[in-house]
Design a protein around this ligand. Structure first.
Ligand code: RIB
Length: 308
């Protein structure tokens, strides 16, 4: 069975729900508080696992009350945790999240043990990384570690450059697929990217060395372009009333990886449409991992797309 290997972050999400997001310096009353498992890397891994992907997680957790619990959470979702390490004397990564009634969020991430995922960990899991059918990485763990892993892997290398970070050009030639949202694309291209100029951003990022670039556009779907045919395509997605958009990008990435290996050789617009559908379903529920759909086959639906 194809291997989906995620190298990246795990974190505990402390989420406050409120009618709206607070302004700087303001205190407002919330309506609910939850504690749940999150972190972009693990969210992507669990999104893939819930869709039936054969998943492996390479990560660093703290030796606090959360580290072992987090490993258990991954295991319960069927994720292979052979390379999930507990780092002594550090706390597990965490995130303070506020979610407004319109589904918008604000997130502050404290990396903790995620900062200790090292090149040595890449060396320790070299065989797994080399033989991954899809390797997924993000930017909540050290960039040098990610770069090392991406240089090593021989399969599809799917890089989600989130959260936005400058100075990551060196990894782009090693990316089979670069997946970013509008703010992340803006930082990497040095102009404000939105749907009106997304094709310029796609071209610029392809010139930086990626084989395919996908820019996700929230409720407007995603645009993408590949080096081999230079044809920009906009994949549309259905509109829903969002409850909580936290982790929707991670649902997209995990679903994309799963459908890429399950439907190898099928049109990318259809695979991206399916990933958009999974992300859309996730925003209709609260939280991240628990909002991801289980055992659905989003590929076998029709998705509209426009050649730009
Ligand atoms: O992408 C959503 C995730 O970002 C949350 O789960 C939070 O942990 C932060 O890492």
């Amino acid at each position: 069975m194809s291997k989906i290997v995620v190298i990246g972050s795990c974190g505990v999400d402390f989420t406050a729900y409120a009618p709206r997001l607070p302004k700087p310096g303001e205190t407002i009353h919330g309506t609910k508080f939850t504690t749940s498992f999150g972190g972009k890397g693990a969210n992507q891994c669990i999104a893939a696992a819930k869709l039936g992907g054969n998943t492996y997680m390479i990560c660093s957790l703290g030796d606090d009350q959360w580290g072992e619990k987090y490993k258990e959470n991954l295991k319960n979702h069927g994720v292979d945790i052979t390379h999930a390490k507990i780092t002594p004397n550090v706390t597990t990564g965490c995130a303070q999240i506020s979610v407004a009634e319109n589904g918008e969020n604000q997130i502050v991430v404290v990396p903790g043990a995620n900062n200790y995922l090292s090149k040595e960990d890449v060396a320790n899991s070299a065989e797994l990384i080399k033989n991954a059918d899809v390797l997924i990485g993000q930017l909540e763990t050290p960039f040098e570690t990610m770069l090392e892993a991406f240089k090593l892997s021989k399969g599809i290398k799917l890089f989600n450059a989130a959260p936005a970070q400058a100075g990551i050009d060196e990894i782009l030639p090693h990316c089979t697929i670069l997946c970013v949202n509008e703010p992340e694309a803006s930082l990497l291209t040095n102009f404000d990217v939105d749907i009106t100029n997304a094709v310029d951003a796609l071209k610029k990022l392809l010139d930086a060395g990626c084989e395919t670039v996908i820019i996700t556009l929230g409720s407007k779907g995603a645009v993408y372009m590949s080096k081999h045919d230079q044809q920009p395509i906009h994949v549309l997605c259905e509109e829903v009333v969002p409850v909580d958009t936290t982790g929707a990008g991670d649902a997209f990435v995990g679903a994309l990886a799963t459908y890429l290996v399950t439907y190898k050789g099928q049109p990318l617009h259809q695979i991206i449409g399916a990933a958009c559908h999974v992300a859309t379903l996730s925003v209709t529920k609260e939280g991240t991992q628990k909002s991801y759909p289980e055992k659905i086959d989003a590929f076998n639906r029709e998705y509209q797309y426009i050649k730009l």
